[in-house]
Design a binder for this molecule. Structure first.
Ligand code: AKG
Ligand code: FE2
Length: 198
């Protein structure tokens, strides 16, 4: 038996030069609003500083890193916290839905529309040549923007409460993605990106 054979079918989202899959609701033992409230209350949120072109900035969001290995980007090294039972339950659901194993998760807390994440690719060498990332969202819907590195083609996906977006194949090599700020009044959102660090 394949331990990681998915038990829930993802809907493929057609994408040039990359793989995207969508599940509107990740099956979990609690309602989404309970998971959101617990993630906000129980996570050791940090306001991280990043160094971009030699200048230090506070990131416009809160974050936390759980897993077995440290994680580095933009000159920042996040010390990993162990997986909690809550995170383990969500990880198992994400593994079942995507058929991939994950040993780490980056949590991001967007407190309101002023919080955001700049365009980037999750292409660190420790994620391997074709990173498999399961992105699970709770709370307010925010727009996930994608831009093809060569053609500059763009795509916008609303990431709704309880959804899972799978990114795989050559997606990180060919596309950048991010969460724009919005002037719309939006509530809190927590996103979890499950990754496998080699
Ligand atoms: O909040 C999101 O949906 C995006 C998160 C993301 O791109 C990341 O954690 O690398
Ligand atoms: Fe990302």
């Amino acid at each position: 038996m394949d331990l990681f054979a998915p038990d829930t079918a993802l809907t493929p989202i057609p994408l040039r030069d990359g793989e995207l899959g969508w599940l509107a609701q990740l099956p979990l033992p609690w309602p989404n609003e309970v998971v959101l409230a617990r993630l906000i209350a129980e996570t050791a949120w940090r306001e991280e500083t990043v160094v971009v072109y030699g200048k230090r900035h506070l990131q416009p969001r809160l974050s936390a890193w759980h897993g077995d290995k440290a994680y580095r980007y933009s000159g920042l090294s996040l010390a990993p916290l162990p997986f909690t039972p809550l995170l383990d339950t969500i990880r198992l659901a994400a593994e079942n839905a995507t058929g991939r194993p994950y040993n780490s998760v980056l949590l991001n807390y967007y407190r309101d529309g002023r919080d955001s994440m700049g365009m980037h690719s999750d292409d660190e060498p420790e994620l391997g040549p074709a990173p498999a990332i399961a992105s699970v969202s709770f709370g307010a819907t925010r727009t996930f923007s994608l831009r093809h590195k060569a053609t500059k083609e763009t795509l916008k996906l609303p990431l709704t409460d309880g959804s899972l977006l799978f990114m795989g194949g050559a997606m990180q090599a060919n596309w950048m993605h991010g969460i724009n700020k919005t002037a719309r009044p939006v509530g809190a959102r927590v996103n979890l990106t499950f990754r496998n660090i080699e």
